[in-house]
Design a protein around this ligand. Structure first.
Ligand code: 5GP
Ligand code: ZN
Length: 117
């Protein structure tokens, strides 16, 4: 069923506590944890506890939870005292998505160039 945990999903395993992660925030609907391969001094992933393959399918099915993900991204930035930061939703393998459970990357703490390449 839509939103149910998937046995083969790494981020569902982090939500369930079956794989360790450095969790920085948790709410009823979201978990935020440090990326294992950080690309900036702050590199946190904010994920919904429910499983959807990407951010847009999450937003279509559960718009309130998609908004929770964005609110939590801002809370991560506030906690790390970032004035400027980037929120990234890689969507599809061709755009660099490797984990098919919706997640926001929150990146900051260094200069960020645009366009990113
Ligand atoms: P994507 O490439 O799908 O947008 O982002 C997936 C992110 O998950 C990558 O930045 C990758 O470093 C991170 N990642 C992959 N495996 C793990 C893990 O086991 N733990 C944590 N904390 N991050 C992971
Ligand atoms: Zn999942």
């Amino acid at each position: 069923m839509a939103g149910e945990p998937q046995d083969d999903c790494l981020f569902c395993k982090i939500v369930e506590g079956h794989i360790p992660a450095t969790i920085v925030r948790e709410t009823e609907t979201t978990v935020a944890f440090r990326d294992i391969n950080p690309q900036a001094p702050t590199h946190v992933l904010v994920i919904p506890k429910v499983h959807y393959p990407n951010a847009v399918t999450l937003a279509a099915a559960e718009p309130a939870i998609a908004a929770d993900v964005l609110r939590e991204a801002q809370s991560v930035a506030d906690e790390d005292k970032l004035d400027s930061y980037r929120i990234v939703f890689n969507t599809g393998a061709g755009a660099g998505q490797t984990v098919f459970h919706a997640h926001a990357h929150v990146l900051g703490g260094r200069g960020l160039q645009w366009p990113p390449g």
